[in-house]
Design a protein around this ligand. Sequence first.
Ligand code: C2E
Ligand code: CA
Ligand code: CA
Length: 640
Amino acid sequence: MNIQTQFCGLILALTLLFLSFSRRSVWLRTRKAFIFTLSMTLISLACDIGSVMAITGSGGDHSLNTIAMCKAYLISLIFTALAAYIYLSIDIQVNQKRSNGKRIAGVVLAVVASAAVIMLPIEIVYEGTFKLYTSGLSVMVAYFTCMWFIVINLFILLTNRDEMSVRRWNASVIWMLIWVAAALIQFSKNEILIVGFGSALGAMIVFIRIENPESYVDRMTGYFNSQALYAYMDQAYSMEKRFMILSVRVVNSHYLYERFDNHSLHDFLRNVAVTLAKEKGCHLYKNREWEFVLLFENSDFFEASAKSVEEITNQTWLIDGEYVRIDMSLTKVPDSSIVMDAEDMDELLRNFNKEHETDVKRVYTLDRMWASGYRKKRNLENMIVDALDNERLEVFFQPIYGIRQDRFVSAEALVRIRDINGEIVPPGTFIEVAEESGLIVDVGATVFEKVCRFIKNNHLKEKGIDYIEVNVSAVQCSRFELAQEYINIMEKVGLPPEMINLEITESAAINSYDALMYNLKKLREYGVSFSLDDYGTGHSNLNYILDFPIKIVKFDRQMTQAYFSDVRKRSIMRHVVDMIKDVSLEIVAEGVDEEKQFNALSNIGVDFIQGYYFSKPIPSGDFLNLLNETENHDIIYGKA
Ligand code: C2E
Ligand code: CA
Ligand code: CA
């Protein structure tokens, strides 16, 4: 009998069904649809075998029994194709409501086609065991309906390529192509009954590549893994279903690695998993190496578990026969709607946990406020990257007046971003984010090169400018490469290093003493000078900073303004000025915006004045005009 291939297909489909149930798995909708497809494949193979047996048994007559068997087979084929369609359309889920409607239309089509198969005539051809097939209108309707579904499926796959993972897409395409090939073979040579086997083969590929429940299981603990968590969250977001998360992490893993071998640590982690899995109303996932996630759909269960898990994090654990205190922290995410999709939630949770890695506190809540702060930061980062890529960093200059010299002797270079709307974004908005993300390294170098070119191209020396002050962030100073990179830039531009004064802050010395010392010495030897910025904010421990080769101290605006607000502060400031002069440093007072301030500060021995009294930071062109208008250079040549 010509049913060997069907039998192979039957065994294959049965095995797959067995494997699908042999492992615990997340009941995703795609999984349900796959099980449905597999079951339909199984039924259609059984009907196929049944109909071949009925035909051969009856010698090819058109008895009701044989006809019923053949038509049942045709109907089961239609439903297998429908199941595949439902599987793929659930997987895409671009628009929940619309695709629901389409799926209902698919079911209606399958039912109508089945009714037609029942009503329309069928022709049974039987010329011996190896030449046996059915034809007629009934068969035509079944084949064309199946073909219709296959074409629709291929269409879905082609138009939604971006929505699917490459793996999923490839497997689904192969699945459909196997069907097309099998259908074409059977269509052109009726007696090769291969469609049923083809569909089982296709299902096997989908199983191996995507629907294998093994791929959702964490090997070490036997619970779900991060892939399962992601798939679950993805589905919940597309169905607009709210969920809550408890994330439990072991913080002192480094210490554990040092003390225990891998085997005992795996036992410990399994132990933690078993303990957490006892929580009610949730699924347990092992998300990252040292992180477990409990996911809830019901907030009562969530609240209850939040308390009991907090206790779990405080308990001692038996590792390798020893009771050990483990530093665990717990992050609660009470509302999944703070982000729009699984990818964002994954990223948010990862970054939230990273940010709190070193805190002493152990229980945190990731809420909407943190999420929006995080998003703002990310937007700023994107803006900075975009500005770097598209040359939208601009340097403004704020002139610095020399009291002794009676002219502008310098200027501070201050960075701005010109955003896509042409508006100026001040550094207060983005410098902190640039420092946190490390983008400040590129921002700093870009600003520095722009400044070097500006000085060189406009012959600032001849315009009375002795040097330009450029800000260097503490983050930059902590990199040993800084000095050489800046020297390379000056060499490339051909700028005499005496034209550069770098402003550093005390925090750079506190955070990375060695690197700062190395960079400063190297650049100092090359010919660059330094200012200490922000003096008068924070601790301002001058003793500490005296180790470094500094030429100028810059009084912060706060300090300058305090001088005029309080008699005692005035007296302190006089002493500070004397002290700084004692060690032969020069002083810039920042934030001077009135004439009386200018006069007072000149009288106590400040060397340079920077502030709105003379000028705000201005674009480079305006700065050049200012130098020309005030005949800054005439002043020097006049005096010389
Ligand atoms: P900063 O280094 O202390 O720069 C002085 C700030 O005080 C400038 O703000 C300047 O516009 C402002 N200022 C000067 N005189 C007056 C005044 O009389 N009244 C008032 N109200 N403000 C005055 P800006 O340009 O917004 O820069 C803010 C900060 O951003 C800078 O503080 C500096 O820490 C940072 N920054 C600016 N450019 C760069 C850069 O290229 N690299 C790095 N790392 N940081 C930069
Ligand atoms: Ca500065
Ligand atoms: Ca300053």
